[in-house]
Design a protein around this ligand. Structure first.
Ligand code: FPP
Length: 206
């Protein structure tokens, strides 16, 4: 019987995409050149994951802490996100990929939020593979916003405090409905979690 390589693949892999700046610096290039190269790698990984039997991939594309970077780098990254969504939308739909964005929408440019929402809506019924892009994501920020949603329900009388379980918290996170990642990869080779998927990372290997 042929060996089934997909049987041992993790269901959900999450990636902290860093080391781009260092990659560029070693080559005497601007930091944004490293991020551009990162987008090329994203394309390859998105193609490879479903072939390997991985069902979900979550990419840490921009953190709530990344706003401290230079405006030049932030603008360059935002332009790369626009380009990625414009250029990849048709391919993602054709390849049966559902795209979701995790993170705080406020603070992002309105045209980017529109593109994100369109891509989510246009791929909402796709089932082969789930690509989640954490954009303006911070684990603490996500948990705080989930707590606000839950507190509102408690104050409206729709939820009893004793009924707040782990499942209820899961259901109020941006990642509601997704399985937790079982593997978190940091591309630079470091092991810091950097405020990424703090709740969901409880049982992940790195
Ligand atoms: C951190 O590495 C990386 C980022 C802040 C940006 C990552 C984003 C991309 C690669 C764009 C891909 C996006 C998608 C999903 C379309 P760093 O710059 O801090 O590297 P360093 O640690 O070497 O300085």
């Amino acid at each position: 019987m042929p060996k089934d390589d997909t049987a041992k693949q993790p269901e959900h892999v999450a990636i902290i995409m860093d080391g781009n700046g260092r990659w560029a610096r070693r080559r005497g290039l601007p930091r944004i050149a490293g991020h551009k190269r990162g987008v090329e790698t994203v394309r390859k990984i998105v193609d490879a994951c479903p072939e390997l039997g991985i069902k979900y991939l979550t990419l840490f594309a921009f953190s709530t802490e990344n706003w401290k970077r230079s405006s030049e780098e932030i603008d360059g990254l935002m332009q790369l996100f626009r380009l990625y969504m414009t250029r990849e939308a048709e391919k993602l739909k054709r390849e049966d990929v559902r795209v979701r964005f995790l993170g705080r929408r406020e603070g992002l440019a309105p045209d980017i939020v529109d593109m994100m929402e369109n891509l989510e809506a246009e791929t909402a019924d796709r089932t082969r593979f789930g690509l989640n892009v954490a954009l303006n994501h911070g684990g603490r920020d996500e948990i705080s916003r989930a707590m606000q949603r839950i507190a509102r329900k408690v104050s409206d009388g729709a939820l009893q405090p004793d009924a707040i379980t782990e499942e209820v918290i899961n259901a109020h996170l941006d990642s509601a409905g997704l399985p937790d990642p079982c593997l978190i990869v940091r591309t630079s080779g470091e092991f810091r979690i950097s405020n990424f998927l703090l709740w969901q990372a409880a049982c992940a290997e790195s």
